[in-house]
Design a protein around this ligand. Structure first.
Ligand SMILES: Nc1ncnc2c1ncn2[C@@H]1O[C@H](COP(=O)(O)OP(=O)(O)OP(=O)(O)O)[C@@H](O)[C@H]1O
Ligand SMILES: [Mg+2]
Length: 288
């Protein structure tokens, strides 16, 4: 019989769930879970999948004890003001608050918008760091920070500055990323600079593939509307390997004025469209 009870238990504890929380969600008895976790009963595959979903890990983490190393997601688009900081912030709070993930958010933007927002308070599962790209060795500082943080967090988000005065830095950040999240806004102006960003993807994907590292560029339609321009964003799906998500974010005051690193900026009764987007991002991040 397979002996991965200890991995099941470690993953459950890491996700912050007590036995009762887990058994309620999995609709099994306490004894069944204890038997799984002490290798007394074989876990059926369907159940394993359920547990992986609940704990927010891949199956390999449960069966092989694969090291739980932070996944890196960078938020990049050369075009300014498309929503890099906004999406980075929303997703960080959602993963921290709703999925109990430990998140490091690295601000690389000299405008320090992420840093400023974090001064008003930060969720207990989030830490914020700043890398000053006007300093002497920003890239090596960043690489060092990633190295020491990988074992301490579940996810590392990098909010990347829009300007391309640091083109090499942007390429390096992409190369270090499992996911590149590209906010897309429909306007001719935004598209021009967005194409330059998309153009970098194939080379990065090839370099990571040489090292057997996965790479998923994710497009998220932000500030969407019902205009013809907005429909043209869907043409970007598949371009340069981009995976365009089906859910989008419209232009809403709460994504602008109510942002916070403490909690998501709406109540659940509102059934906000962001929740559907978050579910979709989770699927990609947890299951590739
Ligand atoms: N879905 C949205 N609804 C309402 N306002 C939004 C939305 N997305 C972004 N904004 C607003 O648009 C502006 C630009 O967004 P944001 O700062 O996230 O973009 P950015 O890509 O990080 O910009 P920069 O390139 O300057 O770093 C901000 O004022 C933000 O509050
Ligand atoms: Mg920004």
């Amino acid at each position: 019989m397979a002996e991965y009870g200890k991995y099941l238990k470690a993953a459950r504890l890491k996700s912050g769930l007590q036995i009762k929380d887990a058994t309620d969600k999995l609709k099994i008895t306490k004894q069944t879970l204890i038997n799984y976790e002490s290798d007394k009963t074989e876990v059926p595959f369907g159940r394993l999948q359920q547990m992986a979903d609940l704990y927010g890990v891949g199956i390999d983490v449960l069966t092989k004890g694969e090291k739980l190393e932070a996944k890196v997601a960078s938020f990049i688009n050369r075009k300014g003001g498309v929503g890099k900081t906004t999406l980075c912030n929303l997703l960080a709070v959602a993963f921290a608050q709703l999925d109990r993930k430990k998140i490091l958010v690295i601000d690389t933007d000299s405008q320090r918008s992420t840093m400023q927002l974090s001064e008003e308070g930060v969720h207990e599962n989030i830490e914020i760091a700043f890398i000053d790209f006007d300093s002497n060795m920003p890239i090596s500082d960043l690489l060092e920070l990633l190295e020491v943080s990988k074992g301490k967090f579940d996810l590392i988000f990098i909010d990347v500055m829009g300007s391309f005065s640091h083109a090499e830095a942007t390429a390096t950040i992409m190369f270090k990323s499992d996911y590149v999240i590209i906010p897309l806004e429909a306007s001719d102006l935004a598209m021009g600079s967005t194409f330059q960003t998309l153009g970098m993807l194939p080379e990065i994907a090839a370099k990571r593939a040489q090292r057997e590292l996965g790479f998923t560029p994710i497009g998220i339609h932000n500030k969407s509307s019902h205009t013809k321009e907005s429909r043209s964003v869907s043409d970007l799906n598949g371009m340069m390997g981009l995976k365009l998500l089906e859910n989008r974010l419209a232009n809403r005051v709460r994504y602008k004025r109510m942002m916070s690193f403490k909690q998501i900026p709406f109540s659940f009764e509102e059934n906000d469209e962001f929740l559907a987007l978050f579910e979709e991002v989770k699927k990609v991040v947890y299951h590739g």
